[in-house]
Design a protein around this ligand. Structure first.
Ligand code: DGL
Length: 265
């Protein structure tokens, strides 16, 4: 009986959650790493953006969504949002010690290690950069690179509206990077899951030599490790399913999610 329950659980979905469509960049990496799993992608677009809200509000929203995923049979949760991770992941792990709950953080380590003492800009939401979790991460690599946090309020809105190439977006990025000597930048960390979708625009503004780093692939590998350790890796031999769900109940959000998922990397 117990065995049967665990077997059923293995085929349950992995809930992947973000404040909107950004977590699709993490879902993409998860599908690459574990194509046979079933995924339930939930974007809270009705409450986006999270990054300019108060911590308590984001924590409350995140905890309530995660509670619903687990009530409805998710076997694990990937918080595919840097902002929600810094606001709620520690609390969630205490509340559900037996559930694999995987968060995401800015991919600072590979950026710092990409060169000897590189100049690294970390693009993220104001909340991610303000929280202790990021300060701890930055302290770890402080002596190894020149690290510059760059809060990007207003940027996720472009991606959320499906605007991933446009003259306005290019101008927004030009202004954001105005204070920097662009040719001196070595690496840019995409510390918000929405940003990988504007990598092409960023390269246009920053030049081809700047290396971009995202957290999705590392998070996908960590998710696989955690599922394996918990005996929860799905044993299906065929391609799994992906279900899209959004607090903004519109067909446009669903088709934007599908479009972003199918973009060439
Ligand atoms: N995608 C979210 C992250 O990774 C943030 C976007 C927002 O501000 O809601 O931080």
């Amino acid at each position: 009986m117990l065995l049967e329950t665990t077997e059923n659980k293995k085929n349950g979905p992995i809930a992947v959650f973000d404040s909107g469509v950004g977590g699709i960049s993490v879902l993409r990496a998860l599908l690459c790493e574990m194509p046979n799993e079933n995924y339930w992608y939930f974007g809270d677009s009705a409450n986006a953006p999270y990054g300019t809200k108060y911590l308590e509000e984001v924590k409350k929203l995140t905890v309530s969504h995660v509670g619903r995923f687990l009530d409805e049979g998710a076997k694990a949760v990937v918080v595919a949002c840097n902002t929600a991770t810094s606001a709620a992941v520690r609390y969630l792990r205490q509340k559900y010690p037996n559930v694999p709950i995987i968060g995401i953080e800015p991919a600072l380590k590979p950026a710092v290690l990409s060169k000897d003492y590189p100049n690294v800009v970390v693009m993220a939401t104001p909340m991610t950069l303000r929280e202790q979790k990021f300060h701890n991460l930055m302290d770890r690599y402080m002596g190894m690179a020149h690290i510059i946090p760059l809060p990007c309020a207003g940027l996720m809105e472009y991606i959320e509206q499906g605007e991933i190439h446009s003259a306005e977006l290019e101008l927004f990025l030009e202004r954001l990077f105005e204070p920097f000597e662009k040719q001196k930048l070595d690496a840019v960390v995409l510390g918000c899951t929405h940003y990988p979708f504007i990598a092409r625009e960023l390269k246009k503004v920053l030049g081809e030599n700047v290396r971009l780093f995202e957290g999705g692939p590392g998070t996908a590998r960590e998710t696989k490790r955690r599922l394996l350790n918990a005996g929860l890796l799905c044993d299906g031999k065929t391609k799994g399913t992906v279900r899209f769900d959004n607090s903004e109940q519109s067909d446009e959000k669903k088709s934007l999610c599908e479009k972003l998922l199918n973009l060439p990397v």
